[in-house]
Design a protein around this ligand. Structure first.
Ligand code: UT7
Length: 333
């Protein structure tokens, strides 16, 4: 059965903390070099929130900018989904705090926890509501304050992440108009230990011992995640395109999760896409987990690469393990 509506992204907003943490700064904190970080990851600097600056400090400006660009009042939103692993609190959800702050009186809201694949998952979820006619406008926010989850004594992880947040407004449009055409999501919990935060839920409540052992910090088996990320991002992208009877010539712009330039390049190569069709901002903002794709969309709009009629493929991979892709056509400039 054909959905009666298509969910269209009508605006994008973004927010980054002021403070820059450069590779030179990290050289003074752990045993690393700018050369190692650039050649192994493509990252040159990342933005870091001030102490006490939670996700709301970025989600609010990103959402306000998005709504202003869309020309839509907060009261007209039906729902808010915030993809994050670093919301201000586990409870209340950041989406509920945002609903109140934006004065989005009739909007429901919930947070969606799916690590680096959070934004694609949230987009797939929100578009399903819209396609089914259960909501007309949903604000989808993706962002993380990764600096609160990182051990800045661990050179394996502290160089990789940054803080940032983006927001998009999804609106119901005609089924034959621009918008989200297809999404595909996957999970494999067998790789859960390869990227995790041991002390972050009910399995290991925090104690003095867990704190002293740094169990509240992100741990990663970098090599294992690296190999899977390339394989899965290329695989889900090709599967999605073929399920829609499309090929890589139907992609004008690939907007991949920004975890490592050495993951992005081979993914594009496997898909037969030149790097001129790939949005990369990892050099300036690093891996912001659920924030990478909306921040990259915002950059691509600002530099004119994303415009009305662009055919866009979003793809992400992250801790879970989880991966997914979304194919869409861009409506507004
Ligand atoms: O977004 C969520 C998903 N996350 C990802 O997709 C990240 C996936 N993983 C990666 O991006 C890469 O695996 C890393 C960037 C984390 C590491 O790159 P790598 O090429 O896989 O390096 P490696 O882990 O194999 O380490 C190579 C060497 C090691 O030394 P030995 O054992 O060969 O002596 C590390 O200890 O590099 C060392 N190393 C460093 N050296 C300087 C690790 N981190 C650093 C560092 N500076 N910051």
């Amino acid at each position: 059965m054909k959905a009666p509506y298509r969910a269209q992204i009508v605006a994008v907003g973004s927010a980054l903390p002021e403070r820059r943490l450069t590779n030179a700064d990290l050289e003074r904190m752990v045993e690393t070099t700018d050369e190692w970080i650039v050649t192994r990851t493509g990252i040159r600097e990342r933005r870091i929130a001030e102490p006490g600056q939670g996700l709301m400090s970025l989600a609010v400006p990103a959402s306000i900018q998005c709504l202003e660009r869309a020309g839509v009042a907060a009261e007209a939103i039906d729902g808010i989904i915030v993809a994050t692993i670093s919301g201000d609190y586990v409870m209340p959800s950041t989406a509920n705090l945002l609903q109140h702050r934006l004065k989005a009186a009739k909007a429901w809201g919930f947070d969606l926890l799916n690590a680096c694949n959070g934004f694609v998952t949230a987009l797939a979820t929100a578009s399903a509501f819209i396609e089914a006619g259960r909501a007309k406008r949903i604000l989808v926010v993706g962002g993380d304050v990764m600096s609160t989850l990182i051990d800045y004594r661990d050179r394996n992880t502290c160089i990789l992440f940054g803080d940032g947040c983006g927001a998009v407004l999804l609106e119901a449009g005609p089924i034959d108009g621009p918008g989200i055409i297809g999404c595909e999501l996957h999970s494999d919990g067998a790789g859960g230990d390869d990227l995790n935060i041991p002390c972050s839920g009910s399995a290991m409540p925090s104690s003095q011992e867990t704190l002293a052992a740094g169990q509240h910090f992100l741990k990663q088996n970098g090599r294992a995640v690296f190999t899977q990320a390339i394989r899965r991002m290329a695989e889900v992208s090709s599967n999605l395109l073929s399920s829609l009877n499309l090929g890589c010539s139907d992609v004008d712009l690939l907007v991949p999760h920004q975890a490592n330039l050495r993951i992005i390049e081979p993914t594009a190569e496997r898909l037969g896409l030149p790097m001129s069709k790939v949005v990369v901002n990892i050099d300036r903002v690093a891996n912001t987990t659920a924030g990478t794709i909306p921040l990259a969309l915002s950059d691509a709009l600002a530099d004119g690469r994303l415009r009305a009629g662009s055919r866009v493929l979003l793809v992400a991979f992250g801790g879970g393990l989880t991966w997914g892709a979304c194919y869409l056509t861009w409506g507004r400039p």
